[in-house]
Design a protein around this ligand. Structure first.
Ligand SMILES: Cc1ncc(COP(=O)(O)O)c(C=O)c1O
Length: 370
């Protein structure tokens, strides 16, 4: 009665189109947060099918899930804390993003020690510089010391600095250009410290679409791979949404005019009508903020949520349009197939497409389209 239809082919095609549209030699596809709600392993396999060279996750456990599924492609993982044990990830060849001297020390101490006969494998790291986003990454003031320490650890065989990276704020094209210039300087500084990173990377979907000159050696693509629209050049690539989120009408009933609908009676019928009950609520990722606003399509006709979204369900006033129990109610999918877009839902809920797709709950089965 609930379903998120996942379209791996759309992910593959989107990745293929994006690869062709960027000058970067390598494309990393981000599959954190369960592949942006699509299923990490499904998304990863589809991305690799589409030509992705690398995969990216936030947590190392997310990276290990890929390895456990037999995926051997390079994986970069960029978020860990002092209490995380990185040893299994490092043993499994997961690259980690390092933002500070403390994190570098943690990686060095948790890298496989090896034996005199068989030296341990160097931990693969990408040093991260905060060029202005104000999240992770060493500040420009800390950068030289981090590069020096990494070069020393590399000479000692403990680490291999594979990359240098940063993340953009997207505040404006100008702000991204300033970060891009700071990043170029940081890459030069890393080389001057004796490091030879193969990959400098800063652009995610937005910059890859709008500021192609920042592509550098690798782009890290998340949202666009899943077909959520990104303004700029990507608008012309025909990217296809990879998720269709729907629920089956479980109950219909005729009610009279003036009938209150849902908690707080924020919606009242204005004539005799049919109410259709859809078994999806905020526990499933339908935002309560989209109450009486979120668009849906049932039996080929557009309606909107009527009244409050509750934990497990919402109602739709379907008038006299012959909606039946068992009909599928599509919340978002491919507008090319007549379904509302994720963006419409994001607007109705005052949020962004990222939040919509990543919050589809565990109760909703992901059904893979073959
Ligand atoms: C470090 C990093 N790189 C790349 C991405 C992908 O961003 P987007 O989904 O906007 O392409 C993310 C996602 O937030 C990220 O955290």
């Amino acid at each position: 009665m609930r379903e998120a239809l996942i379209r791996p082919q759309a992910i593959s095609q989107n990745v293929q189109a994006i690869r062709q549209a960027t000058s970067a030699a390598k494309t990393l596809v981000v599959v954190k947060a369960g592949g942006y709600g699509h299923g990490a392993v499904t998304a990863a396999r589809a991305a690799l099918e589409g030509g992705a060279d690398w995969l990216g996750t936030a947590d190392v456990d997310e990276a290990l899930e890929l390895r456990e599924a037999g995926i051997t492609a390079p994986v970069l993982s960029w978020l860990f804390g002092p209490s995380d044990d990185l040893s299994v990830a490092l043993e499994n060849g997961i690259d980690v993003g390092v933002s500070s001297l403390g994190q570098l020390a943690q990686v060095v101490s948790q890298a496989s020690p090896g034996t005199p006969a068989s030296p341990g494998t160097a931990a693969r790291v990408h040093l991260k510089i905060d060029t202005g986003l104000g999240r992770s990454g060493a500040t420009p003031d800390q950068w030289a010391a981090l590069c020096e320490a990494a070069a020393t650890a590399q000479r000692g065989g403990k680490v291999r600095v594979v990359g240098v990276f940063s993340h953009l704020s997207g505040a404006s094209a100008e702000a991204d250009a300033i970060q891009g210039a700071a990043f170029a300087l940081a890459c030069d500084q890393a080389r001057a410290s004796g490091l030879d990173p193969e990959l400098c990377h800063i652009s995610a979907s937005n910059a890859t679409s709008n500021s192609p000159e920042l592509a550098s050696d690798m782009v890290r693509i998340g949202i666009a791979a899943y077909g959520v629209p990104v303004a700029g050049r990507f608008a012309g690539l025909g990217l296809r949404p990879a998720m269709r989120f729907s629920g089956q009408v479980v109950l219909t009933k005729r009610v009279s005019s003036g009938h209150g609908v849902g908690y707080g009676h924020t919606y009242q019928t204005t004539s005799e009508t049919t109410l259709a009950l859809v078994p999806l609520g905020y526990a499933d990722g339908v935002p309560r903020h989209a109450s009486s606003a979120g668009p849906v399509v049932i039996a080929g006709r557009r309606f909107s949520v009527s009244g409050r979204v509750s934990m497990d369900q919402f109602s739709v006033d379907v008038g006299d349009h012959g909606v039946k129990e068992g009909d599928w109610c599509v919340l978002w999918g491919d507008p090319g197939e007549g379904h509302p877009s994720v963006e419409e839902w994001a607007e109705a809920a005052g949020t962004i497409g990222y939040e919509m797709i990543t919050r589809v709950g565990p109760r909703v089965p992901r059904v893979i389209e073959r």
